[in-house]
Design a protein around this ligand. Structure first.
Ligand code: ATP
Ligand code: MG
Length: 463
């Protein structure tokens, strides 16, 4: 498809300029996109807006991905209608966002995102408490609701490859920023002055890395250069927005490649400070554990299996745990409470940066708690663990630790066997454990009076 696009795109090749006031126009015989490839809901939104007298185009990732023969993740629409005017056209529409107001038009599970054309607002031009536009002292845009023309809108999109507008009849693609040129050269290039554009919105640094990994593109050198020294600006981004971005980074099927780029551009530490410190301390084990977890996430996504962010976060933060535990133990805390406290602290700190919701932090704790419980298999414990709903995640996590080089004394194999054998063989395995312990000199436990028995230690702790 790309070949066809570029064969038919005959305009003379010139140096990619960032800004054009008149677009390069690709007619239908110069590009391969056809209506049949586009979500019928997205088409219906564009058609409806046009019938109501507004301009409306498909824009962004959907045009880019279709040109690259990839399936678009979603369909975005840009229009001259204000959010209120868009909402008035659809029964199933909701205005969302404050920093960047837009409209979600719902069709069952599919959402078409409709954004009004935006204009750049020159720095210093806006008054502090304007509802439309504001920036903080480092130039970050706090509100971005100044509307403009199609030409204005093209200039304030992030990357050249994301500033392609397709009319719904698929007659024309409008290219204001030489995005087709950059698609051909497989380059992620910011529109405008890179440093300023990152300062306006530091999340663009994460987006650059995400698209580079997803599309297997390079980040153009002027767009790449400022990232390492501006990476710290991510500290200014609200933790809830970063949580959404981190999920996009790691759950799009290219997590391993994305991780390498995050490290290369100093973007990992502002997102995961404790994990970055652990990577520095023990690059071999921590690096291997994180890479294996990301690779297995990518594999599962490729196979169409479900993935849980909890497992991923558990892996990203696990290498940071031991140092925390020993710190607390040095202060006199016994091993198990130290482990619980370290886990609690680590997650609380991480949530300051990335607002991981409780529905994920609770399973992270449970996966970690399982790591303490899996070695304790005597009596009925092994069978109780097998029935625990978190057993599978805990067991997978144990295998991950072993694959990363941790010596658990063959615990993973033991659990693999235990799940495969029948009941009487299980009894033998448990008996053998006690004998091994005795052989290793462990004192034989006295039988406790069952009435005085306390609840089992190490029960999964909630947040
Ligand atoms: P995908 O949906 O595949 O993740 P996308 O490029 O469509 O990629 P979206 O987040 O859906 O990304 O955004 C749609 C479009 O909005 C982008 O293509 C880009 O033109 C514009 N955009 C999104 N975020 C920003 C930003 N932070 N700064 C400037 N423009 C942006
Ligand atoms: Mg999109």
């Amino acid at each position: 498809m790309l070949k066809k696009l570029f064969q038919s795109f005959r305009s003379p090749l010139r140096r990619a300029a960032h800004k054009r006031s008149t677009p390069e126009v690709l007619n239908s015989n110069q590009h391969p996109l056809r209506r049949g490839e586009i979500s019928r809901y997205a088409l219906s939104v564009v058609d409806r807006l046009q019938q109501a007298g507004y301009q409306a185009y498909l824009v962004g990732g959907c045009v880019r991905d279709l040109l690259l023969n990839l399936e678009p993740k979603d369909f975005d629409v840009a229009t001259s209608a204000t959010p209120e005017q868009v909402r008035a056209e659809f029964r199933n529409a909701r205005v969302i966002g404050r920093r960047f107001k837009l409209v979600h038009v719902h069709f069952g599970r599919e959402i078409i995102e409709v954004a009004t054309f935006r204009a750049n607002h020159p720095q210093g031009d806006e008054d502090e408490d304007s509802n439309l536009s504001s920036r903080n002292e480092s130039g970050r845009i706090l509100r971005d609701n100044v509307y403009g023309s199609l030409e204005d809108d093209a200039q304030r999109r992030d990357f050249t490859i994301n500033a392609l507008y397709l009319d719904a009849s698929c007659e024309r693609i409008l290219d204001y920023a030489n995005g087709v040129h950059d698609i051909r050269n497989r380059l992620i290039r910011l529109i405008g002055d890179p440093e300023k554009r990152y300062q306006e919105d530091p999340v663009r640094m994460l987006r650059a890395v995400r698209f580079a990994a997803k599309l297997d593109f390079d980040i153009e050198k002027h767009s790449a250069a400022p990232i390492p020294h501006l990476a710290r600006l991510l500290h200014e981004i609200p933790s809830a927005r970063l949580f959404d971005e981190v999920l996009k980074l790691f759950l799009a099927g290219n997590a391993e490649h994305t991780f390498e780029l995050l490290l290369e551009y100093n973007l990992f530490a502002p997102l995961f400070p404790a994990a970055a410190a652990a990577l520095k301390r023990d690059p071999e084990y921590a690096g291997e554990l994180i890479r294996l977890a990301l690779a297995s996430t990518d594999r599962r996504i490729e196979q169409g299996k479900t993935v849980t962010p909890a497992f991923l976060f558990a892996a990203l933060l696990w290498p940071a745990l031991p140092a925390r535990v020993s710190e607390l133990q040095d202060k006199g805390m016994p091993a198990i409470p130290a482990m619980q406290e370290a886990a609690h602290q680590l997650i609380a700190e991480q949530c300051q940066r990335i607002a991981i919701p409780k529905r994920f932090t609770i399973p992270i704790r449970e996966i970690w708690d399982m790591q303490e419980r899996l070695p304790r298999r005597q009596g009925k414990r092994a069978d109780l663990l097998l029935e625990n709903p978190r057993f599978r995640a805990g067991y997978d996590f144990l295998l991950l630790r072993e694959d990363a080089g941790e010596d658990t004394g063959g615990l993973g194999d033991w659990w693999t066997d235990y799940q495969e054998v029948n009941d009487s063989q299980r009894r033998v395995m448990i008996r053998n454990l006690s004998q091994q312990e005795e052989a290793n000199g462990a004192p034989r436990k006295r039988k406790r009076n069952p009435r005085k028995r306390r609840p089992a230690a190490g029960a999964p702790a909630g947040e």
